[in-house]
Design a protein around this ligand. Sequence first.
Ligand SMILES: [Zn+2]
Length: 430
Amino acid sequence: MSPPYTSELAEALAPDLLRRFERYVRIDTQSADDRRQSPSTPGQLDLGRVLVEELAAAGLGDAALDGNGYVTATLPGNAGNGLVIGLIAHMDTSPDAPGAGVEPIVHREYDGGVIELPRQGTRLDPQTMPELATKVGHDIVTSSGDTLLGADDKAGVAEIVSAMAHLAAHPELPRPTLRVSFTPDEEIGEGATLFDIERFGALCAYTMDGSEIGEFTDETFSAQEVVITIHGVDVHPGYATGKLVSALRLAADIVAGLPSDRLTPDTTAGREGFIHVSRLTGSAATAEIRAIVRDFDEDRLAEHVALFDRTAREVMARAPRATLDFQVRRQYRNMREYIDPVPFVVEAAEAAISAEGVEPVRVPARGGTDGSRLSEMGLPTPNIFTGGHEYHSVREWASIQDMAAAAATVIRLAEIWTRPEWSERAAANH
Ligand SMILES: [Zn+2]
């Protein structure tokens, strides 16, 4: 094996993996916030059809795309232990950065300097990207600078397809039955909504949707969305003396009344939660504040929402003629409580990463994954690294060597689930 590849297996997988990845990122699969059907955008179906074809060509004969835009396929096991293990990645890309016309560029044998992209003066500076600084000698894939790359999560998709193709072509490698699903609309929080867990039929699953090599996640934020609607009293400003109550000004006061030196995404890290005001719109007549509230701990999450509510009511108390509507909606829960009872699911991921020669690192995710809701719905689904970075931006990049390590980890994971100790622990849990 030639470093920085982590194994001969990873090196063998890399060319096929890169070809698939380059094909997938060129298809515009950006999801859209105002979802009226599933998937929210037709490009996701285009990728879905390509994936069905490739999975079928690899030997997963039942590969199919359903009416809601979910791809599923099965690689039957050869170990005779009857276990079914799931592998999941999402096909859509984030609406937060341009996603059409992606032209991937491979920068061979990265020299550790600034990577200048041809469009929009986009630069990848290792000074501000500590992970990039560690990838000297790697082959780095980027966009051309004016779009996202789509490694989130087409790196995960390509890793799963490459691993399935390799396993199908190498029947001597032991594996349980593997069930694959590629989901739509994860980036708009709907990836799990129409996921048919019953039909999927797996004991547990793994999303390939993380980032830095070695990292895996069995803990995510718990998430609430807050939507505040304010109705003011609108009057022509020339006749407004003593009459006008501006909803927009009240909304601005509420936002200004929230802490700005703590409890924000930019002033917190690790296991701290936050209130993030994501949108403020309105006029004198009506205004709307949309915010996301996050924490790993349910009690602290409730405290953040209560602080928000109190702040809003204090501002509104000064304007008795205006009205306030404060709505809280649960988005997803920390997956930890659903995964804790089945620790061997996470231990298998750790063992697979170790078997690839990589140090496993457990990181709480400051966000959600498809696995957050799938775990809550009854399918324990921790998350594994993909090798991609700087998601949702035009600076998004991925290391081919790290992606190959992720694909190899899937193959190691399959082998681990054929070991008798794992079948026994799974059986004991049922
Ligand atoms: Zn993702």
